[in-house]
Design a protein around this ligand. Structure first.
Ligand SMILES: Cc1cc2nc3c(=O)[nH]c(=O)nc-3n(C[C@H](O)[C@H](O)[C@H](O)COP(=O)(O)OP(=O)(O)OC[C@H]3O[C@@H](n4cnc5c(N)ncnc54)[C@H](O)[C@@H]3O)c2cc1C
Length: 494
């Protein structure tokens, strides 16, 4: 092995994901600093018949990031630049295109974009993921008209088999092929099928080193969070009022307590509307999220003590969840988009774990699924002495073009079942929910706990109608299987 490759790698270094439920000790763990390093790693691996995989922040609870041979951390690659216009087609020059190196974490990306007067159109509830990790498992936020990560991408640069540098775009992509030929040595592929496969592929088609995404000019959001009893919300879900709110509000989500307290399942609604900076409300508190929920989410000790408390006295789970939901009430919080879209606390990094499921968006379906969750929570308590330790969030996402997106070509709602990791029966509860949600047609999120899909390859294939196109593209781009990994095989996507 070349000296440079030795100097940027460690032999048999043990990597684990953030929650430590996935751990691997690959042959070599690399820290590439540029595309050439990655190309050399791929060359070296292919000469030895080894596989290559990259990791982001390790915030997937699933095995999506595990790799046994050569594993690459992308953390040294974090530059952000406005995309040069010289090779762009005329009709793309006015867009807010930004080229982002794959290893940057979203928190830093948000700061850099803000300095450029730009912002991500949407993001998930946290910002610890890398941009490539978030993209490659289909990370979403909420908002029926706000794209998930794969649908913000306009162009991707990858190191493919043989160490070849590829630039992949949709058929009518942003780059002018003639200008590209004069200015770049990368192989330009403009093809919808290849693009919509690669954009959500768990790194199974090559190592992504730069992504061009379309941003929005910086924007401000006003958020309110309020409490409603399930009975009322249920009625509005069935009569269409709530889905109208979802359609007509920029970002909406809600959270439900799976346990009734005094006969009532408490729901907390979050509405976020785009407003101009001039509408900024007066006063210190309007510019801060509810201080209690802020503190609770960020102090590890408080979460750890809740875990201890829940393990000692799990039957109180419903009351504890109610207290947490009530503590998040907020009449108004105003801030920059990324400050408001960030919904969680730092403490969830190590202590949160979940399975999340996608369904066709619709009020009646939400009622059906949530009432199954309530019944399952009762069954878990009665026949397993198992109690879940968090509320159930419901979010909304527009149709996606990515073949392996669980929102592929349909308006989608995501129903999440988060838990505090290391509470009694954590993974057993998630297995029970996976079985139940799959039986209702719920498609598990690639980045969340989804091991039940390993036994249900038939379900995977039936839910992702164009999985075969994806699989064919994978084989075409990766004929030697260099980027293949156990996750793809176990999911039956080969
Ligand atoms: C607390 C918490 C909250 C979350 N909230 C949300 C949410 O609101 N919405 C949502 O949809 N998801 C959410 N998730 C899931 C999370 O966004 C995804 O699992 C995401 O993939 C994690 O990104 P990462 O950078 O940690 O990537 P990793 O988990 O490290 O990797 C993800 C995948 O990308 C591949 N990969 C990463 N970088 C590269 C690269 N450069 N080239 C090739 N392959 C690469 C990996 O091999 C792996 O297959 C949450 C997770 C946590 C822990």
């Amino acid at each position: 092995m070349e000296q440079r490759l030795k100097s940027i790698s460690k032999e048999r270094y043990t990597w684990h994901n953030a929650t430590s439920n996935v751990q691997v000790t690959p042959l070599r763990f690399f820290y590439p600093a540029n595309a050439k390093d990655i190309a050399d790693i791929v060359h070296d691996a292919e000469q030895r018949g080894l596989r290559v995989k990259a990791v982001g922040s390790g915030h997937s609870f699933s095995e999506a990031a595990a790799g046994k041979d050569y594993l690459l951390s992308m953390k040294k690659m974090g530059n952000v630049t406005l995309t040069p216009k010289s090779a762009l087609k005329e009709n793309h020059r006015q867009k807010h295109l930004v080229s982002i190196e794959a290893g940057i974490i979203l928190k830093v990306l948000n700061e850099k974009l803000d300095a450029l007067g730009l912002a991500l159109p949407n993001m998930g509830a946290v910002d610890f993921q890398t941009v490539s990790g978030a993209l490659l498992t289909g990370t979403h936020g909420t908002g029926m008209h706000q794209p998930a990560f794969p649908d913000m991408v306009r162009s991707m640069k990858l190191v493919g088999t043989g160490g070849e540098l590829l630039q992949i775009e949709p058929t009518d992509g942003m780059t002018d092929p003639a200008a590209h030929q004069q200015q770049s040595s990368l192989k330009l592929i403009q093809d919808d099928t290849i693009f919509h496969s690669t954009v959500l592929s768990f790194g199974a088609m090559g190592i992504l080193y730069e992504i061009t995404m379309e941003m929005k000019p910086s924007f401000w959001l006003k958020e309110k969070r309020y409490i409603r009893p399930w009975k009322e919300l249920r009625e509005d879900l069935l009569n269409g009022k709530f889905m109208d709110l979802v359609e007509n509000t920029d970002f909406v989500a809600f959270r439900v307590n799976p346990y009734p307290v005094k006969g009532v399942h408490t729901c907390a609604i979050v509405e976020q509307r785009i407003v101009s900076e001039a509408e900024k409300p007066k006063g210190f508190f309007a510019l801060r999220r509810n201080i209690i929920s802020d503190i609770f989410g960020n102090i590890e000790y408080l979460i750890e003590s809740t875990i201890r408390q829940m393990n000692r006295n799990p039957v109180n789970a419903g009351k504890t969840i109610n207290r947490a939901l009530n503590a998040t009430k907020d009449i108004s919080f105003f801030g920059k988009s990324f400050q408001v879209l960030y919904q969680s606390g730092l403490a969830v990094i190590r202590h949160g774990i979940s399975s999340e499921f996608a369904f066709d968006a619709g009020g009646a379906k939400i009622v059906e699924v949530l009432e199954h969750i309530f019944a399952q929570a009762d069954t878990n308590a009665e026949n397993g002495k198992l109690y879940q330790t968090a509320h159930v969030p419901v979010r909304f996402v527009p149709p996606s073009k990515a073949f392996l997106s669980s929102a592929y070509k349909r308006k989608t709602m995501y129903i999440d079942v988060p838990l505090l990791h290391n509470t009694i029966g954590d993974f057993e509860i998630l297995e029970r929910y996976q079985e139940m949600m799959i039986s209702l047609g719920g498609v598990p999120h690639w980045g969340k706990v989804n091991n039940k899909l390993y036994e249900r390859n038939d379900f995977v294939k039936s839910q992702f109608k164009d999985w075969k196109l994806w699989s064919d593209v994978r084989k075409k781009l990766d004929p030697k299987g260099t980027f293949l990994n156990d996750f793809v095989v176990k999911m039956g996507l080969i």
